[in-house]
Design a protein around this ligand. Structure first.
Ligand code: HEM
Length: 338
């Protein structure tokens, strides 16, 4: 149907990927000088690593019973909430937040080479519905301006008003990340169709934003909220219904709900829990997420996702090597640190 056939990088996209690997690894070393702990380049500050359940709706209609969603099963999951900014700032700084979901006990070969037999399946989402740049070439240009310094970045953004607008729209403060909406922003296969993912809290309640200068208020509020009760999100997909209005290769364009509504496929239950132990924090730091950690029916699409396949793999290997730690894929909700 709408699934693009040519899913290979152009020479310009290939050059952008290689440039990103070298710029981002240099940036990581600069921000985390040796000897010391090497953090992720993006989303280095963890708000929480939580235990969750991913409860797939039973008896979905035929057209929604694709890949993972055919089973009607419940999967245990780890969820890592994060702030994007690197080097990390306080929770009171306007930022993009991450919700990275790692399902466990998912059977079937995965698409990421070398990890085909892992029983994990990742969904990576952020707290905005449009990416800053349209594709990976533009993203590499923006990162190149960023690493060259503030003046170059401002000049770049002034010359690219759409990117500037998306950046301003995306950077926000939140009262609690258990009450925020999250979006995959990039598209994925859904069998023979194309979708984006979204995660929406079931409750509309909004905790007021804490006064400024409370560095770790997002973790503290979550700690209090999860000591009191369970929290629930809906996991949803949005079908691409019109490739012109809902492009695969321009992530700066939001897919509007008026053009295609979100459809619920699963409930995410985050049970009441404690999550602040040092081993749990270290475990969250050690995990690696990748959009390519998925069943073939849900293969990532587009140039940004193709770049992420290589960049996440190489930079995760790099940070683990620097930290002298092995890359791990969890199989249970127990914390098994080597
Ligand atoms: C649709 C666009 C994107 C989204 C939604 C996204 C989201 C995220 C999130 C939520 C994380 C944190 C995962 C965790 O909790 O460990 C992450 C990590 C990361 N992202 Fe992205 N990202 C996007 C695009 C990119 C691009 C284009 C690059 C660079 C080419 C990039 C580079 C990274 C890196 C290096 C990490 C750390 C990986 C690791 O060391 O494990 N991201 N991203």
């Amino acid at each position: 149907m709408n699934v693009p056939k040519a899913e290979e990088n152009t020479p310009a996209q290939e050059r952008a990927i290689q440039k990103l690997i070298s710029m981002l690894s240099e940036k990581m070393l600069k921000e985390n000088p040796r000897p010391g702990h090497m953090k992720r380049d993006a989303h280095p500050k963890m708000i929480a690593l939580l235990r969750a359940e991913f409860i797939i709706v039973e008896n979905l209609p035929e057209e929604l019973r694709i890949g993972l969603f055919a089973s009607g099963k419940t999967h245990p999951a780890w969820i890592r909430f994060s702030n994007q900014l690197a080097p990390p700032g306080g929770d009171d700084v306007k930022d993009i937040r991450g919700m990275a979901i790692k399902l466990l006990k998912v059977e079937g070969k995965k698409v990421l080479e070398g990890q085909e037999d892992c029983q994990t399946h990742d969904f990576i989402t952020i707290s905005t519905d449009a990416f800053v740049t349209k594709d990976i070439v533009q993203f590499a240009d923006m990162i190149s301006a960023l690493v060259a310094g503030k003046v170059r970045l401002i000049f770049y953004l002034v010359c690219h008003p759409k990117n500037l607008w998306n950046l301003l729209r995306a950077n926000k403060r939140f009262g609690s990340l258990l009450e925020a909406r999250f979006f995959s922003v990039s598209p994925y296969r859904f069998g023979e169709r194309v979708v984006k993912y979204a995660v929406k809290p079931q409750s509309n309640f909004q905790t007021p934003i804490a006064p400024k200068s409370t560095q770790n208020y997002l973790s503290s509020i979550m700690e209090r909220q999860l000591s009191e009760r369970d929290y629930y999100f809906d996991f949803m997909i949005q079908f691409q219904t019109d490739p012109a209005k809902m492009p695969v290769e321009d992530l700066s364009k939001r897919w509007k709900e008026e053009d295609s509504p979100f459809i619920k496929l699963a409930t995410i239950k985050i049970p009441q829990q404690k999550f602040t132990s040092e081993p749990q924090k270290a475990f969250g730091d050690q995990l690696s997420f990748s959009p390519w950690h998925c069943l073939p029916e849900h293969t990532p699409l587009g140039s940004v996702n193709r770049a992420r396949k290589v960049v996440y793999h190489i930079l995760s290997q790099f940070r683990h090597r620097e930290n002298n730690l092995p890359v791990i894929e969890p199989t249970t909700l127990e914390i098994n640190l080597p």
